[in-house]
Structure formats: structure tokens, C-alpha cells
Design a protein around this ligand. Structure first.
Ligand SMILES: Cc1cc2nc3c(=O)[nH]c(=O)nc-3n(C[C@H](O)[C@H](O)[C@H](O)COP(=O)(O)O)c2cc1C
Length: 252
């Protein structure tokens, strides 16, 4: 039996939640990084004894499409999955049902699900500093409950909130670009999960490929990559009403 941490975490919030849960469940979990576009995910095959913590951020209430694609390449072979949807204090809507459906189709058996809050990766003033100490205590308690559930012979079918068909999300109409301070070091191009920044000209962004995951903004050592200030301010204004009250982590 092995424990795996399978995650898509462009800016690290999803990873922080996954680390708290996985760290409590097992000492030496193996990490599979769904952001790494150099990996052939079809080479991963699991067994029914394995436990996989599968963590994704919610984008528009959905699983990011590239994460769905990469998860669909895995061979679950009856491995137990713990589903984790991390969101920026607005809502996660259909993320957990879509994650379950994706993993069902890849041969995993979902035994538990968690919706957890992390800093909003676009408008970072929302859920700033989360997961915090209170979240950590709560998530560790969830992990202990999951540990007990994993020992049960036939865990009950998961009842998850969310709708099918899923709500539609076609991406955001804004994409980060580089300003004059860019030194074309290529760090952003290397780490972009979808290859939207050309290695030979990292000042550019392919807006057709870009999923606005904000990784390039986060990793740029010069602080050169940013969203358009006006578009960002308008988004923050829209989110203010729905993101301001502290939401709770939930175990299903
Ligand atoms: C394109 C995009 C769409 C998002 N949509 C939502 C959403 O629908 N609801 C929400 O609460 N947070 C939303 N967020 C915030 C992220 O779910 C949240 O910040 C998450 O922790 C980001 O994960 P990461 O830090 O691992 O990249 C969105 C972020 C991005 C980049």
C-alpha cells in the first residue's frame, strides 16, 4: 500500500491543503504534479490497496479542464481516492462531482471528499493567509476521520453537493502579460502548466492556451508579469460581496 498526493496547484494554495491532509495520513506520500506538462500521466498505475489524495483548485466552480484531462490518463485499478476541492472563499459548486466523475472513469473508488479554502489566487485579498491555524486543526481532524473511514470494508457511496450537467466555465477573459522589467529569464515559460508562454519569447502569452492560473505571476522573480490593473480591480469588486464572509471547510 502506498499513499499518493496527486495535485494541480499553480500557486500553492491547493498544495498547502493537500499537505496538511496527506501529512496526517501518511509519512512518505509520493507526489504526482499535474502541473508538470513534461510528465506522461498514462504511465501511472495504482492498486486497490493504494490511497490517493487528489487535490484541485475550483475554477469557475469546476475542475480545471487540463487537470481533468491529465487525471483521465491515470489507471486507478480500484485505488481509494480522497477528493479535495480548494477554493478562494466564493463557492466550489460542481468541482467535487466533476472530480468524482473523472476519477470514477479512471478506475478510482472515492471514499471521502473535502472542500477547503485557500487564498484567492487572482484577488489575493480574499481568504488571505488561508489555510490558517484554525483551518489546519480542522483539516487534521478531517484526516483522522478519513483514516477511520479507510479502514472500513465497504465505505458508503459519497453524497456530494453539485449538479450534472456541470455549470459552464469557459475561462476568464483576462491573461497575465509581461511589462518592460521582464529580463526574458524564461522561468515563467518553464513552469506554465499549459505551455502558454513561448520559451524563445517569454514576454508573450498565448491567450488561446492561457488558463489564467496565475503561476507565471507568482514565480516571476522580477514581478514583471501581471494582469491588467483595471480588469483585476473590476474582478475584485465583483468578488467582494461573495468572498468577504469567512467560509467553512467541509468533509463529505
Ligand atoms: C481561473 C480561476 C478561477 C477561479 N474560480 C474560483 C471559483 O469559482 N470559486 C472560488 O471560490 N475560487 C476560485 N478561484 C480561486 C482558487 O480556486 C483558489 O485561490 C485556489 O486556492 C487556487 O489554487 P492554487 O493556489 O493551488 O493555484 C479561481 C482562481 C482562478 C485562477
Amino acid at each position: 500500500m502506498r499513499t499518493y498526493k496527486i495535485l494541480f496547484s499553480p500557486t500553492g494554495g491547493t498544495e498547502r491543503v493537500a499537505d496538511i491532509l496527506t501529512g496526517r495520513l501518511a509519512e512518505n506520500a509520493v507526489t504526482i504534479d499535474l502541473c508538470d506538462r513534461s510528465v506522461d500521466f498514462s504511465t501511472f498505475s495504482f492498486t486497490a490497496e493504494d490511497v490517493c489524495v487528489v487535490a484541485v483548485p475550483s475554477y469557475g466552480g469546476r475542475v480545471p479542464a487540463i487537470a481533468v484531462h491529465r487525471l483521465s490518463l491515470l489507471h486507478g485499478n480500484g485505488a481509494k481516492a480522497i477528493l479535495v476541492s480548494v477554493y478562494g472563499n466564493r463557492e466550489f459548486e460542481d468541482t467535487l462531482v466533476e472530480l468524482k466523475d473523472t476519477l470514477d472513469a479512471s478506475g478510482f473508488v472515492s471514499v471521502a471528499a473535502v472542500a477547503a479554502i485557500a487564498e484567492h489566487s487572482i484577488a489575493r485579498q480574499f481568504a488571505a493567509g488561508r489555510p490558517d491555524a484554525e483551518d489546519t486543526r480542522e483539516l487534521e481532524g478531517f484526516a483522522d476521520a478519513i483514516h477511520i473511514r479507510l479502514a472500513e470494508n465497504s465505505p458508503p457511496e459519497l453524497a456530494l453537493p453539485g449538479n450534472r450537467p456541470y455549470k459552464s466555465f469557459g475561462g476568464l477573459p483576462m491573461h497575465p502579460g509581461a511589462d518592460k522589467s521582464c529580463v526574458a529569464c524564461g522561468i515563467c515559460a518553464e513552469s506554465c502548466p499549459v505551455g502558454a508562454i513561448p520559451m524563445d519569447d517569454p514576454r508573450k502569452t498565448d491567450n488561446e492556451k492561457c488558463i489564467t492560473c496565475m503561476r507565471c505571476v507568482r514565480v516571476c522573480p522580477q514581478g514583471s508579469r501581471n494582469l491588467n490593473k483595471l480588469a483585476l480591480a473590476a474582478t475584485a469588486q465583483k468578488l467582494k460581496k461573495v468572498c468577504s464572509v469567512r467560509k467553512q471547510n467541509t468533509l463529505f
